[in-house]
Design a protein around this ligand. Structure first.
Ligand SMILES: C[S@@+](CC[C@H](N)C(=O)[O-])C[C@H]1O[C@@H](n2cnc3c(N)ncnc32)[C@H](O)[C@@H]1O
Length: 235
C-alpha cells in the first residue's frame, strides 16, 4: 500500500514529509488490525481505506495550507476512526488537534494510535460536542467535520468552538442544497460561506467538496443547544 499512498499523494499534489508518510502507513496498519475485531469503518479493502479515508483527508490538507501559520488549534468533531483529524494531525505537527467523538470504542482506538505513533499534538476526547463546549468555547482556529450530519447541524456543533476569524472546513459529497438549507444557521451563528473547493479522489475520480466558512463575530452562548436539539430541530 506504500506505493498506492505515495502515488495518490503525488496525484493530489500535496507535499508530505517522509516521516509523516511512515506514520500514515503505520496508522493504516493499526486501523486494519483493529477493524478486524472492532467495527470502526465499513470500508475494508486496502485501496478503499487509503483512498476514501487517507487521501480524502489529504484533499483538505491541500486546501488549508494557505491558512496555516503554525501553533494553531484545530478540532475535528465526530472524528470516528480519525478522519480527517488524525491524518491532518500527522501531517501538521505544528498544529494542536482535538479529536472529538461520542463513541468510546472509537476514542479508545484513537488513544492507541496516538500512543503507537507518539503524537504529541493530539488530544482525544470522548464526549458530545454539545457537552464539550463547556470550557472550550471560541478556543479553536480551525474546525473539521466529515460524515457527521447535514451542514445546518454541524455548523451548530462547530462554530461555537471557533475563535472570531476562525475557519470551518466541512467535507461534503455535494453542497448546493445543504448550503441553501444552512442559510439561517450561518446567520444565527454569525458566519459566512466564503468559497468551495471542488476536488476529486485521485484514483476513482469521485467528486468531493470542501467548504470554507468564516466565523465573523462571537456566538450567543445558548449554541450549541443541548439534548440533541441541533439534530432534531436544525437552525
Ligand atoms: C459517520 S461517522 C464519521 C466519522 C469520520 N469523521 C469519518 O468521516 O470517517 C460520524 C461520527 O460522528 C460522531 N458524532 C455524531 N454526533 C456527534 C456529536 N454531537 N458529538 C460528537 N461526536 C458525534 C459519531 O459517534 C460517529 O463516530
Amino acid at each position: 500500500m506504500r506505493e498506492y499512498l505515495i502515488k495518490g499523494i503525488e496525484k493530489i499534489g500535496v507535499d508530505i514529509s517522509k516521516e509523516s508518510i511512515e506514520k500514515l502507513l503505520k496508522y493504516f496498519q493499526i486501523l486494519k488490525e483493529y477493524n478486524s475485531h472492532t467495527n470502526l469503518t465499513a470500508i475494508r479493502d486496502d485501496k478503499g481505506i487509503i483512498e476514501k479515508h487517507f487521501l480524502d483527508s489529504l484533499l483538505v490538507q491541500k486546501n488549508i495550507l494557505k491558512y496555516i501559520k503554525g501553533n494553531e488549534k484545530a478540532i475535528d468533531i465526530g472524528t470516528g476512526a480519525g478522519f480527517p483529524g488524525m491524518v491532518l494531525a500527522i501531517v501538521n505537527t505544528n498544529i494542536q488537534f482535538t479529536l472529538l467523538d461520542s463513541v468510546g470504542k472509537k476514542t479508545k482506538f484513537l488513544e492507541i494510535t496516538k500512543k503507537e505513533l507518539s503524537l504529541e499534538n493530539v488530544e482525544i476526547i470522548n464526549d458530545r460536542a454539545e457537552n464539550y463546549i463547556n470550557g472550550n468555547r471560541e478556543k479553536y482556529d480551525f474546525g473539521f467535520c466529515r460524515g457527521v450530519s447535514k451542514l445546518n447541524v454541524i455548523l451548530e456543533y462547530e462554530i461555537p468552538f471557533l475563535k472570531v476569524n476562525g475557519r470551518f472546513f466541512p467535507q461534503k459529497l455535494e453542497y448546493e442544497e445543504e448550503l441553501k438549507e444552512a442559510e439561517n444557521a450561518l446567520k444565527v451563528l454569525n458566519s459566512e460561506y466564503i468559497e468551495v473547493y471542488n476536488e476529486k479522489l485521485p484514483y476513482s475520480n469521485d467528486k468531493r467538496v470542501i467548504l470554507n466558512i468564516l466565523k465573523k463575530s462571537k456566538n450567543d452562548e445558548k449554541y450549541p443547544r443541548k439534548n440533541g436539539r441541533p439534530l432534531k430541530k436544525p437552525l
